[in-house]
Design a protein around this ligand. Structure first.
Ligand code: SF4
Length: 320
């Protein structure tokens, strides 16, 4: 049996704002094994990033609050740790690539100094060695003239380059768990492939990886297992190949219909009709009710629960 590195159990995250109270993440449970790449997929506003920020305990509070659940990392509940212990784990044992590089880079300090400081915070290593290592990592993520770029301030680099600096900072500390939130959205295809290669190399070293994305193409390229989230809840979970060959939940089917298929270049892609509902107004029954072409009376009144629908497969739909 594969050792579980992360085990999220019944996590609920609540936000209290002037407009009201809502659950951004509602009773979510899933796990990640050692050396496994799990993809958390869904449209924007489904609760993926809030789930990731809960793992690293970076939910802005207020207005956010982890209302219930457990987040076990190597058997230890992260939600029970103090700020100091959490800081020790963040960066060294759990690294995160954010959607926005500005969330991770200080605008006032040179790239090289920030990288050296990050490494030395987590490893006993001389400044000289840390500088060399940082330079090597800038090269690995495809930054040209790495030697000179080490002296740049973030604003002197393009958005794509800043993104790559952040990726290298998250990877070079050799964490046990890497959380990558839309890691390659701002990058061109060649660089994207380079980053995917680095992520695969981490997997080969038994690092566990959570990739958060809205893009089923990234899931296909990178992941072993898929967790599909819709409007704060998990609606389907399974091995990548099973999800792609026989998607079960209508939402998963919709996501897959919206990606181009080989040999069908002339065919119009079908996006999921409508929008993710506002969290203040989730339907009472199935959250997908308003957009589902198979919806019937029961779906409006009752909430489907996530249940086993086969070996290593789960889904939440009355039709299954
Ligand atoms: S429970 Fe009903 S509305 Fe929800 S996905 Fe299934 S068929 Fe559609």
């Amino acid at each position: 049996m594969v050792e579980k590195i992360l085990d999220i159990n019944d996590l609920t995250v609540t936000f209290e704002t002037d407009e009201g109270v809502f659950n951004a993440v509602d009773h979510v449970s899933f796990d990640i094994g050692k050396g496994e790449i799990v993809g958390l997929v869904g449209e924007s506003g489904c609760g993926k990033t809030v789930t990731a920020l809960s793992i690293t305990r970076l939910i802005p509070s207020p207005p956010g609050r982890i209302a219930s659940g457990k987040i076990l990392f190597k058997g230890e509940d992260l939600l029970q740790l103090g700020i100091k212990e959490m800081r020790r784990i963040r960066g060294r044992k759990i690294s995160m690539i954010f959607q926005e590089p500005s969330a991770a880079l200080s605008p006032l300090h040179r790239i090289g100094n920030q990288m050296v400081e990050t490494i030395r915070m987590h490893q006993k290593i001389s400044k000289k060695k840390a500088w060399k290592l940082s330079e090597e990592w800038l090269g690995k993520v495809g930054i040209p003239d790495a030697k000179e770029r080490m002296f740049a301030l973030p604003y002197q680099l393009s958005g794509g380059m800043q993104q790559r600096v952040m990726i290298s900072m998250a990877m070079m500390t050799e964490p046990d768990l890497l959380i990558a939130d839309e890691p390659t959205t701002a990058l061109d295809v060649t660089i994207q492939m380079q980053i995917f290669e680095l992520i695969r190399a981490m997997k080969n070293k038994e690092v566990s990886i959570l990739i958060i994305t809205h893009d089923m193409g990234v899931i296909w390229e990178m992941c072993d297992r898929v967790v599909v989230m819709y409007a704060s809840e998990i609606v389907e979970e399974g091995r990548r190949n099973d999800i792609f060959s026989t998607p079960a939940h209508p939402y998963t089917k919709g996501l897959l219909n919206s990606i181009p298929k080989l040999g069908c270049s002339g065919k119009r892609l079908k996006a999921v009709a409508g929008y993710v509902p506002s969290p203040y107004n989730y339907p009472t029954g199935c959250h997908f009710y308003d957009r589902c072409e198979f919806a019937f009376k029961r779906c409006k009144e009752e909430k489907p629960v996530l249940k086993d629908i086969g070996k290593n497969r789960k889904a939440a739909c009355f039709l299954l």
